[in-house]
Write a protein that binds this ligand. Structure first.
Ligand SMILES: *Cc1c(COP(=O)(O)O)cnc(C)c1O
Length: 359
């Protein structure tokens, strides 16, 4: 099977380049040696550069899906004496709330809708919070928050600022120094366009200072940092995905750097949105990232029916929503190895589905 000949517009896993696929086809090498340490160091250096991390920042490589990065961050950085303001604009915000509750971290469930939080100062609940947690791109609805405004707010109120950037890194701008971000979580299968299984936690000095001893073996950040000094991890890493990460970071640099990748994603997203204007679909949020477009049918059709028809009749994979939004929205990713030409497959399929000529 499965879906090899399908055009892929799902927000993770996303379409990978042939170059990355080829790295994945090689024998997995032994890794407790200097050669592999050099790969790790190189990935760390490039990732720190990509997010403009402040001097002294470190990267932890976890072999786990993105949620492990969210949970391990909360476990290693926060405890019962903290008070977190958790932005909850959908499924991934709710996940952070859930994680805080699971670990007994005092927190406030800051539910938001129809705002990018550029006015967080007035919207945020009043309380004695010492940390701010947000999913930069709330992938469940395709909504991007104003990281600068939130960073100003966090700085002013002396809060540790934790950003899950999993679904906007590489397609949308993120600058740790400019936005005063203390910790960034990234994962392999979204904008980085690698297979799932590798998660990176980037810690600025302020986050490093706040690390405490925790009751966990596998997720103990201090252990990762100690091993990281020699370019290693405490346990077997996703070796092949690390090699693919190295290849991907080289590819991004070779193609003109992160600015170029962001510009490309922006161009493709804009092209897609402009090309479907004649169809009975409207954009679901005013704060869309370059990473993704969330669409809502305006003609009473079920979003789920559209997703199913694209899959069965056109071999095109887009992403449905679950629960109450099942019939209301579907999502189209622009992350990964995207071009206008490739996006035409989806644009043409949608026009054919509606019986509307493309102009
Ligand atoms: C995909 C995603 C995650 C991680 O999900 P996993 O399935 O655990 O990899 C976390 N946050 C956001 C915003 C995401 O889009």
């Amino acid at each position: 099977m499965i879906y090899e000949d399908y055009a892929i517009f799902t927000p993770g896993p996303v379409k990978m380049s042939d170059e990355i696929l080829q790295v994945g086809a090689q024998q997995t090498p032994y890794f407790r040696n200097q050669q592999f340490s050099d790969i790790t160091f190189s990935c760390e250096k490039d990732l720190l550069e990509m997010v403009n991390a402040p001097e002294g920042s470190k990267v932890i490589f976890l072999t786990a899906s993105g949620t492990a990065g969210l949970e391990a961050t909360v476990m290693n950085l926060l405890n019962q004496e903290d008070n977190a303001l958790v932005v909850n604009g959908g499924g991934f915000g709710a996940r952070f709330v859930n994680i805080c509750a699971t670990h007994g971290i005092p927190h406030s469930n800051f539910k938001v809708k129809n705002t990018d939080l550029s006015d967080i100062e007035t919207l945020a609940p009043k309380g004695n919070f010492n940390s701010l947690i947000v999913n930069a791109h709330e992938t469940s609805v395709g909504h991007l928050y104003d990281l600068d405004a939130m960073g100003d707010y966090a700085l002013k109120n002396d809060m540790l600022y934790i950003v899950d950037a999993i679904s906007m890194l590489v397609t949308d701008p993120l600058d740790m120094q400019k936005s005063n971000i203390d910790l960034v979580i990234a994962s392999s299968q979204k904008g980085l366009a690698l297979p799932p299984g590798l998660t990176m936690v980037i810690l600025a000095p302020k986050a490093l200072e706040k690390l405490h001893d925790i009751n966990s073996l596998y997720f103990n950040f201090k252990d990762y940092l100690k091993n990281g000094e020699r370019g290693q991890t405490p346990y077997t890493p996703a070796v092949t995905i690390m090699l693919q990460l190295k290849a991907r970071l080289d590819q991004i640099n070779r193609r003109g750097g992160i600015e170029q990748s962001i510009a490309k994603a922006k161009e493709v997203a804009r092209y897609f949105r402009n090309s479907i204007k004649a169809l009975p679909l409207k954009e679901y949020t005013a704060y869309m990232p370059n990473a993704m477009t969330t669409l809502s049918p305006t003609d009473g059709k079920s979003a789920m029916d559209i997703v199913n028809a694209l899959e069965s009749d056109y071999k095109v994979m887009v992403c449905p929503n679950g629960g109450a939004e099942r019939d209301i929205v579907f999502r189209v990713s622009h992350m990964g190895e995207m071009t206008k030409h490739y996006t035409d497959i989806l644009i043409n399929a949608l026009h054919d589905y509606y019986g509307v000529a493309r102009n």
